[in-house]
Design a protein around this ligand. Structure first.
Ligand code: HMG
Length: 401
């Protein structure tokens, strides 16, 4: 029986900072960000959105095709969670009105956790072929103002419905994995921003790619030519270009031409280039971007996927695109979101970035900004309050008391 992805949808903030604005503020040549890192815009969350509202909005598209009682699990993956105990999946389940029988869990391993969630969900739906698993990967990448990581910030969420007889992509369980105990990127509980050894992290990413590809290739008997397209974890788009060129050089003895590179990975980079890193969501934002933007029909074609999470865990695997997949995408929703965003000035970006919540338990209402159908309303006695909104206006309270 085939198992895989039956639906995939994406959401990010309605606000962005143009990388040229950031470059001017930092006194940096804008080409460093556009050509050197491959980034044009960076999504910035307003104070009344968080990983929960992003995840619920991304998932609201994907789950709209199913009955509310079809899901056995909601798996929430993040490294920018809002609570150390309560899973983000509980909020998402309740915002979406999924059945109370649904199991909920939150998982973490930097940017890799969403792939671990997928690998756990696939055998589950194989043994429960009438049931679905909803994975929501949602993250805000924060390194701090005026740090070298700052231009690689961003945010976003992806929702993936895993099922038997999937309509988008099927997987065969073959993959190459590697885990190492390294300190390339981490965020202690007492810090709001990640710490990173940037150059070291990029080296480890490439090293993990070599190793996992080797293992995957040996186990599957497949070479690069068996894959029509490639998706990479995307901390910034140039990272994927470098990674793919490295793999191709080792395989073919020389790098790809610009047009070959564009053909093999170009469509997977489009959304990340204008939203930035979204950690655990990032690889699957790339996959969504590829499926939405490929002019060529990818039905029956194989896609190679490389997942990397600092710390570090990595996995190389691949999926076969199903014929007719285009009928089941949410391309229009994604385009409308990205085309309708509001550009921030540098001062507004600083203001959004520096926003903090009170920690003394008093009641606090967050100001209203442009959001998806869910917004973070504020805090009361340390409890987070969310509400549903219609075109940016609050309509009803969705928070438990
Ligand atoms: P940096 O030191 O500011 O930048 O940090 P640089 O000096 O290395 O320049 C970057 C590129 O721009 C270079 O290209 C320059 O040559 C080029 P390269 O040599 O690498 O090909 N450049 C220019 N190009 C055109 N015109 C110019 C110009 N000037 C320079 N005028 C770094 C860059 C990525 C290290 C930094 O932004 C950083 O630390 N980012 C965060 C860490 C990161 O993204 N690591 C990636 C791998 S680890 C990973 O993906 C996991 C992660 O997602 C976390 C998780 O798993 O949860 C991060």
């Amino acid at each position: 029986m085939s198992v895989g992805i039956d639906a995939i949808s994406f959401y990010s903030s309605h606000y962005f900072l143009d990388m040229r604005t950031l470059a001017t503020a930092r006194g940096v040549d804008p080409e460093k960000y556009s050509a050197g890192l491959g980034q044009e815009r960076m999504a910035v969350l307003p104070p009344d959105e968080d990983v929960i509202t992003m995840a619920a909005t991304a998932a609201s598209f994907a789950v709209s095709r199913y009955r509310k009682d079809e899901f056995d699990f909601v798996i929430f993956t993040t490294e920018s969670g809002v609570d150390q105990s309560k899973s983000g999946a509980i909020y998402v389940r309740s915002m979406l009105g999924l059945a109370r029988e649904t199991r909920v869990i939150e998982m973490k391993q930097a940017c890799y956790s969403s792939t671990a969630a997928l690998q756990l969900a696939l055998p589950y739906v194989e043994t429960h072929p009438t049931r679905k698993v909803l994975i929501v990967a949602s993250d805000v990448a924060r390194y701090g103002l005026n740090t070298s990581g700052e231009p690689t910030q961003g945010c976003g969420a992806v929702a993936i419905v895993v099922s038997a007889s999937p309509r988008l992509i099927e997987f065969d369980g073959i993959s190459g994995c590697v885990t190492d105990d390294v300190m390339d990127f981490w965020r202690p509980n007492y810090m709001r921003e990640a710490l990173v050894d940037g150059k070291y992290s990029s080296k480890l990413y490439l090293h993990a790619l070599d190793e996992t590809w080797e293992k995957y290739s040996k186990l599957s008997g497949r070479g690069l030519r068996d894959h029509a397209r490639f998706c990479y974890h995307l901390p910034f788009t140039r990272m994927a270009e470098k990674a793919h060129q490295r793999l191709c050089s080792a395989h073919y003895g020389n790098e790809l031409s610009k047009s070959q590179l564009e053909e093999q990975i170009g469509d997977s980079l489009r959304y990340n280039r204008v939203t930035g890193n979204s950690y655990s969501a990032s690889l699957y934002v790339g996959l969504t971007s590829l499926l939405d933007n490929s002019k060529e029909d990818l039905g029956e074609k194989r896609i190679g996927l490389f997942s990397y999470g600092s710390g570090c865990s990595a996995e190389y695997f691949s999926g076969l695109v199903k014929p007719g997949y285009k009928d089941w995408l949410f391309t229009q929703n994604h385009r409308e979101l990205l085309e309708g965003r509001t550009e921030l000035s540098y001062e507004q970006y600083q203001e959004f970035f520096s926003f903090t919540l009170p920690t003394d338990g008093r009641e606090y209402e967050v100001g209203k900004y442009k959001t998806g159908p869910f917004r973070f309303r504020g805090l009361n006695r340390h409890k987070r309050k969310y509400e549903t909104v219609s075109v940016g206006y609050a309509t009803s309270n969705t928070s438990p008391s």
